[in-house]
Design a protein around this ligand. Structure first.
Ligand SMILES: [Zn+2]
Length: 164
């Protein structure tokens, strides 16, 4: 199974990814990022066809802030608890900047993606702009976090594979 596809230009992404990147980029305009000025948007497509967006939310007490990816994941889980995620896109821009800048998801966001993937028992694709301005399309959240800690560790502490 191919875990990542790297694509040089936004126009060359599949239609669904392009649309979600567009929604994420649009959402990023309204990010609350007065400290970093690094505006991030995330957009998730659900299997009922709904698109849910989120943005990063900063706080004067820095650790109280939250990344766009987790904002959107928690929001969709609260609003559509029964729906599965099909695809998630992330897009970032600097305040007053027009172009997208590379922003690959942080570790804790990947961990939360993995939890959601486990919960829905189906992988979802993750699209983000990586180094050298190349689009990364990951085939699953799991592929973004090898050797991870998950539900299976708690259920089968003796299982060294991390899988059932
Ligand atoms: Zn994050």
């Amino acid at each position: 199974m191919k875990e990542f596809t790297l694509i040089d230009h936004l126009e060359d992404l599949d239609a669904e990814s392009k649309y979600l990147v567009h929604k994420a980029k649009e959402a990023a305009l309204h990010a609350y990022a007065p400290y970093s000025k690094f505006m991030v948007g995330a957009a998730a497509l659900l299997d009922n066809g709904k698109v849910v967006t989120g943005t990063n939310q900063e706080n004067a007490a820095y650790p109280s802030g939250m990344c766009a990816e987790r904002v959107v994941l928690y929001a969709l889980s609260a609003q559509y608890p029964e729906q599965k995620i099909v695809r998630l896109a992330v897009a970032a821009r600097r305040k007053n900047g027009k172009d997208l800048v590379p922003a690959t998801s942080c570790g804790p966001c990947r961990q939360v993606m993995l939890e959601f993937e486990g919960k829905q028992a189906d992988p979802f694709k993750v699209v983000m702009l990586g180094p050298d301005n190349r689009w990364v399309v990951a085939s699953s959240a799991e592929s973004l976090l090898p050797f991870s800690f998950s539900k299976s560790n708690l259920e089968h502490g003796h299982n060294t594979s991390g899988h059932e």
